[in-house]
Design a protein around this ligand. Sequence first.
Ligand code: FES
Length: 110
Amino acid sequence: MPAVFKNASEDWIHPAEASVEEVIETVRMCPSGALTYTVEGKTEVNQTNEISIRIVKNGPYEIQGPVEFESPKWSINASKTNFALCRCGKSGNIPFCDYAHGEQKWDDEK
Ligand code: FES
């Protein structure tokens, strides 16, 4: 949703550029779990009991489910059941993916 989430901008989230329902649906599809939304003071976080690990072409490992992963770098509202681990080595937030792979057009076959 490029009208709402602008990669190259310091002020990168513009929720007023789409309907509330569209923004919520997009946040629910966030593969890294980095995006959350709050309704009436309750922060919604994607939860699942099925564990899956997916290798994203030219991107991170996507982890979903209740896995134990020890890291001193969890942010306050981070989902611990839906997150992405850097595979390219370019993240400024290792071990997590910060989308540097996309900005730098990392190719996992080179
Ligand atoms: S895989 Fe996304 S920043 Fe490395």
